[in-house]
Design a protein around this ligand. Structure first.
Ligand code: PMV
Length: 318
């Protein structure tokens, strides 16, 4: 019996994180250079229900049934199995590897769940549509993040740039003029669950004030969409800077992230912001001229990794 492998990319939120949880739009793109991979290897000697997870980077090697009910890897297999009870599944080993950095705003949990659900479904002889896959990953994201908006599972499952809003059909974003961003790792782990909870606490205490912040983030996302569709990506720089200021008001930024954002700007980036849940993780900077020097400057100022990536519409299979 053959092995079944699937992979899924990381993602970057260009605009709108956090406000998206409150119904505002956000823009996200897949990060095709980093991927999570899952391989299901049938174990013809094993007994029914004997499933072993092997995820060396976590590190974790364990029978699936020994993982707690709410463990995301177990939840992902359950999503793939659907009606079938775990104890009735064919024996196999599931290997998981990922080069999407964990807890850093690049969608690592969604990428792992997506690769795992896609490969395990194929092992069971089911072919999921991207929407079915996204829905299943969303269920796992709920266990990990509490109240996710659904943006991560959507961009990672479809592997296309999206303009995303809760309860609205997905809009795939065309990018007539590709542009480049730098992605820089602060080296400090983010915590999406905590960041989302912190924003919720603030909003509950002062709903009027925070509603205005969410509304302004929504407006600037719509503006960013217009600039992307109109082939004016350079205009996104100022919008990134404003989005960052609003994320600071939401309390999800940190001095370390702000020092990298400042470094990117002083080295010539057109704009910069944190990306994802915040409280650590990555910053992104829009670049045009001198991108290599900006990367170098970011590394000099403490980024543990900084690299340039294109933002374009690309067929994930190409
Ligand atoms: O930190 P990440 O990569 O999981 O991004 C979270 C994005 C949020 O808007 C903060 C939460 C959400 O569910 O949309």
């Amino acid at each position: 019996m053959p092995a079944f492998t699937a992979s899924a990319p990381g993602k970057v939120i260009l605009f709108g994180e956090h406000a998206v949880v409150y119904g505002q739009p956000a823009i996200a793109v897949p990060l095709l250079s980093t991927r999570a991979r899952a391989t299901v290897i049938p174990d013809v000697q094993g007994s029914t229900g004997e499933i072993v997870i092997d995820a060396p980077q976590l590190p974790l090697t364990s029978p699936l049934l020994d993982l707690g009910q709410n463990h995301p890897l177990r939840a992902a297999v359950e999503q793939a199995a659907g009606e079938i009870d775990l104890s009735g599944l064919p024996a196999c080993k599931i290997q998981i590897n990922s080069d999407v950095p964990a807890a850093s705003g690049l969608g690592s949990s969604a990428a792992v769940s997506t690769a795992l659900i896609r490969s395990f479904s194929a092992f069971l002889g089911q072919r999921l549509t991207d929407q079915e896959l996204s829905d299943k990953v969303f269920e796992v994201e709920k266990i990990q993040h509490g109240t996710p908006s659904g943006i991560d599972n959507t961009v990672v499952s479809f592997q296309r740039p999206i303009f995303f809003q809760i309860d609205t059909p997905i809009e795939f974003l065309s990018i007539p003029k590709p542009f480049r961003i730098i992605i820089a790792d602060s080296g400090i782990q983010g915590n999406t669950r905590l960041a989302v909870q912190g924003v919720r606490d603030k909003w509950q205490r002062e709903p009027e004030q925070y509603r205005k912040v969410f509304d302004e983030i929504g407006d600037l996302c719509r503006n960013a969409r217009t600039q992307i569709l109109g082939g004016n990506p350079d205009q996104l720089g100022a919008l990134m800077d404003r989005n960052q200021a609003l994320l600071e008001e939401l309390g999800v930024s940190t001095p370390e992230l702000e020092s990298l954002i400042q470094a990117a700007r002083e080295a010539g980036a057109l704009g910069a912001k944190l990306s994802g849940g915040g409280l650590g993780g990555h910053v992104i900077a829009l670049v045009n001229e001198g991108a290599d020097q900006i990367c170098q400057h970011l590394t000099d100022k403490g980024a543990v990794n900084a690299y340039i990536t294109p933002v374009e519409e690309r067929n994930p299979d190409s």
